[in-house]
Design a protein around this ligand. Sequence first.
Ligand SMILES: *Cc1c(COP(=O)(O)O)cnc(C)c1O
Length: 327
Amino acid sequence: MDTLPLTNLVLPTYDDVVAAAARIEGHAHKTPVLTSRTANRELGAEVFFKCENYQRMGAFKFRGAFNALSTFDATQRKHGVVAFSSGNHAQGIALSARLLGIPATIVMPHDAPAAKVAATKEYGATVVRYDRYTQDREAIGRQLAHEQGLTLVPPYDHPHILAGQGTAAKELFEEVGALDALFVCLGGGGLLSGSALATRALAPDCRLYGVEPEAGNDGQQSLRSGRIVKIETPKTIADGAQTQYLGNYTFGIIQRDVDDILTASDGQLVEAMRFFAERMKMVVEPTGCLGFAAARAMASELKGQRVGVIISGGNIDLGTYAALLAR
Ligand SMILES: *Cc1c(COP(=O)(O)O)cnc(C)c1O
């Protein structure tokens, strides 16, 4: 794959996260930080859950999307935005575009869940379908952008996107103070790299862990080898983290600021989903469980510490949810 030399990239900084926080204020929810005595007892630690499953449209993606669209100039606003995604990024862009009065086109696969297509259309977006086995969604997005003058907003590898995602960790530290360790899930690394900017500014000594699905550990391989490693689309129930490679911006920040990248198995994710349902009465989607699953697995190293976990989202088809918990 072609990778820009990182030296040519100007990485965003914590100032960009602060600017994003000002842009989304009054539009994004300041999500709750919840605690659980059972979780504290199990880990022998004090655990703070930042609950982005309660964010608008059900995931942190609204933060980055709204931040990115807020920076559009008059011409960009008039022509509109295009995004390709079958998941939460699509809904984040569609909702933000509606709130800001910007036309949105979302490129989604033919076999995307009907509920997600319907939700995206309900937000007023135009949905363009493609065949994920024969067509390249990025090429379609780029072509639409070129033909119709639309601005393409990528799901993670963009300074405004990752700075927006970093506002969740910023809020967490501002609410609970410094932490000894923070666990953040990753797909393309937008949430993790944004969280890294906030962590290094607000709690520089906090150990920061990214967590990805065991079946798709490209981030772990990339961090350990010092270059972006590309993998096949992984088979995992964590559909928000089925990315094949990190971005240039996200990898640049992760390489500099993240202590390690850990993995969790689908079985561990289901156990965490069950914990959130039974003990905290929360629906969390599998990808949103990555952070807590990894924290549980390394509980022996967290004794007596203050531990943050970002729960990234709660969007899951209820039939799928029930089937996973019934296993
Ligand atoms: C997109 C997404 C992720 C992964 O975020 P990246 O910024 O791509 O690393 C994790 N959880 C949920 C719920 C998501 O929607």
